[in-house]
Design a protein around this ligand. Structure first.
Ligand code: ATP
Length: 289
């Protein structure tokens, strides 16, 4: 049996770090949004008790360090389903180490696929509990849409859908390690925190302009991305409603209310960065193909 799921990238409409927890993790305030840029993940039953993994991007590991592989192990561990051999194939379109949760999206797709193959009928909450063992963004990738994410990202509250718009993603070449980004926060005691209350109110009302006005990310105070200034300047020149970095970077997104401006902006951005995508907000994190 073979099933295929597409797994959506995410952006952070807001990301603030509230505090460092005693266990070394961080308490976060994030407004998450799924966007229509997808990896395609196929899972197929095979012979033997191995998990084998192939990936279209040869820069990513195909062994047990791949997040998709870890998600499969976590699934078998939690459900007790017997692994009689599976093959995972990832067609990678979401840039990695980009602040778009590409690895977590693949993990979410594997959990959904295995739930279907083994007919384990997991609830969303059960899938999220398995996903959390693999990565803090996996529960959101399973949930999708527009959500407030708190604690390490695992406490999720659904919000009204973001209004229809166009989201341009510009990914500078350098990758950013999320671990190093949090280490930079720990060393800095001069963070200017964000208007989280105002953002939550705007998001709960589905107030598009209120959300865009408050779209901010504390990692912009911590992570240097040289291309960020020209990317934002270009987005502003093409009348982006807002422009902000996603996750721990380096991807910068611009939100547009007009498709032609978004496309013209993406063409201009191609002169600054190689990877540029025009997307839209989507409601689902994982979707059967
Ligand atoms: P986040 O926004 O959740 O912090 P990210 O977009 O910054 O995530 P990912 O793309 O999820 O980062 O990948 C982080 C690291 O995990 C990469 O550097 C990569 O080596 C490793 N990795 C392992 N498996 C995968 C996978 N299936 N897809 C992407 N990266 C993976």
């Amino acid at each position: 049996m073979k099933v295929t799921y597409k797994a959506a990238a995410k952006i952070n409409l807001m990301l603030d770090i509230l505090t460092r927890l005693d266990n070394g993790y961080h308490s976060l305030f994030m407004i998450m949004q799924s966007v229509g840029l997808y990896d395609t993940v196929s899972v197929e039953t095979a012979c033997g008790a191995d998990i084998t993994l192939t990936c279209s991007d040869n820069r990513l590991p195909c062994d047990s360090s791949n997040i998709a592989y870890k998600a499969a192990l976590a699934f078998f561990d939690a459900t007790g389903a017997e692994n009689c051999g599976i093959k995972i194939d990832i067609d990678k379109k979401i840039p990695f180490a980009a602040g778009m949760a590409g690895g977590s999206a693949d993990g979410a797709a594997v959990i959904s696929a295995l739930d279907e193959i083994f007919d384990t009928k997991l609830t969303l909450r059960e899938k999220c509990a398995i996903g959390l063992k693999v990565g803090a963004d996996v529960p959101f990738c399973l949930t999708g849409g527009t959500c407030l994410a708190q604690n390490v990202g695992d406490v999720l509250s659904p919000l009204p859908d973001l209004a229809d718009c166009y989201i341009v993603l510009a990914k500078p070449e350098r990758g950013v390690s999320t671990k190093e980004a949090f280490a930079a926060f720990d060393k800095n005691d001069r963070i200017r925190h964000l208007d989280t209350c105002g953002m939550l109110y705007a998001a709960s009302q589905g107030d598009f302009n209120g959300i865009c006005k408050r779209a901010k990310n504390v990692f912009e105070q911590l992570i240097e991305v040289p291309e960020r200034v020209p990317i934002k300047a270009t987005m502003n020149r093409y009348s982006a409603v807002t422009a902000c970095m996603s996750g721990s970077g380096p991807t910068v997104y611009g939100i547009f209310d007009d498709e032609s401006k978004a496309i013209a902006c993406s063409q201009s951005l191609s002169e600054i960065v190689k990877e540029v995508f025009v997307t839209k907000p989507v409601r689902l994190g994982v979707e059967k193909v």
